[in-house]
Design a protein around this ligand. Structure first.
Ligand SMILES: NC(=O)c1ccc[n+]([C@@H]2O[C@H](COP(=O)([O-])OP(=O)(O)OC[C@H]3O[C@@H](n4cnc5c(N)ncnc54)[C@H](OP(=O)(O)O)[C@@H]3O)[C@@H](O)[C@H]2O)c1
Length: 269
């Protein structure tokens, strides 16, 4: 029997990608599509909304009913929307796959508490490639150690309002952790004028904002005589949606607990 997938925030940018991805993934079927009660799209066919043709699943705001008929609910919405969803997940044993970002420490604690009852995946970046890159960065930093200069270069579209990207910062943390450094103390976020010679213990960040770039990240380990570069380039939001499909299928066979994409991809060891 196919795993029944509900999509929360189904009319959003990620929501529409998620519906497309469910349709393209064997073993998964769309069981419910939810958005906020005052959305003018309530009642519309979720498949038509996502551009994949009629699926006979009407957009609803009834989370209780949606979680009752679903094995997994994929949530890319807002922190307060995710928090309101959790009691329904627990009551109906419906597994949350949470891609929403921006939770407070208290909200993360609540997610952790709910996950004691119902197995949950929480991942601020669901791209399989980004999560693999984090593992490769950890390995590279451990092998190359303190003998290289480390620079992180990221590029995003002109509408992005924060810098460096959350993913670039996470990459910096992974490298710093592997080297026993504290990123807060060794990060250099910009250079201008007479900067003096480079300190090998620093990790440099450089940011590009231009056009419609979805998201490029390169971490450079530069020594005398050679340079290792690990690069990830995202070209579509579908990469995050397919990561969520992988997490949904994986979650069905897990005991209760809070997991992330490193668990889903078996990258812990
Ligand atoms: N983990 C990852 O890999 C990853 C990747 C991309 C994005 N994200 C995160 O995913 C989240 C959503 O991003 P997005 O770009 O898809 O945003 P978006 O286009 O604004 O989508 C959010 C959707 O949730 C809807 N919503 C609002 N209140 C709701 C409620 N009470 N119940 C159900 N749905 C509700 C919104 O409706 P209205 O627009 O009508 O308010 C909208 O359709 C953000 O936190 C973003 O950072 C994570």
């Amino acid at each position: 029997m196919a795993t029944r997938i509900a999509v929360n925030g189904a009319a959003g940018r990620m929501g529409r990608c998620l519906i497309q991805a469910v349709e393209q993934t064997e073993g998964l079927e769309l069981s419910a599509a939810i958005d906020r009660a005052d959305s003018s799209l309530i009642g519309a066919d979720a498949g038509e909304l996502a551009g994949v043709g009629k699926l006979d699943v009407a957009l609803t705001s009834d989370v209780a009913a949606a979680t009752a008929v679903s094995d997994v609910i994929i949530d890319f919405t807002l922190p307060e929307v995710t928090m309101a969803l959790l009691p329904h997940c627990v009551a109906n044993n419906c597994h949350p796959v949470i891609g929403t970002t921006g939770f407070t420490a208290e909200q993360k604690n609540e997610i952790e508490k709910a996950a004691e009852t119902v197995a949950t995946v929480l991942a601020p970046n669901m791209s399989v490639g980004v999560n693999l890159s984090l593992k490769l960065l950890d390995m590279a930093a451990r092998v190359l150690g303190d003998d290289v200069d480390i620079e992180i270069v990221e590029a995003h579209h002109r509408h992005k309002v924060d810098a460096p990207s959350g993913t670039a910062l996470r990459m910096g943390e992974v490298v710093a952790d592997a080297l026993g450094r504290d990123l807060k103390e060794c990060a250099i976020y910009g250079r201008e004028g007479r900067t003096g010679e480079r300190d090998r213990n620093t990790i440099g960040f450089a940011t590009v904002r231009a056009g419609d770039i979805v998201g490029d990240h390169t971490v450079m380990f530069a020594a005398e005589g050679e340079r290792v570069e690990i690069t990830h380039k995202a070209s579509s939001r579908m990469t995050f949606a397919f990561g969520a499909m992988r997490a949904s299928s994986w979650l069905m066979s897990q005991q209760s607990g809070l997991y992330d994409m490193q668990d889903v991809l078996d990258l812990r060891n």
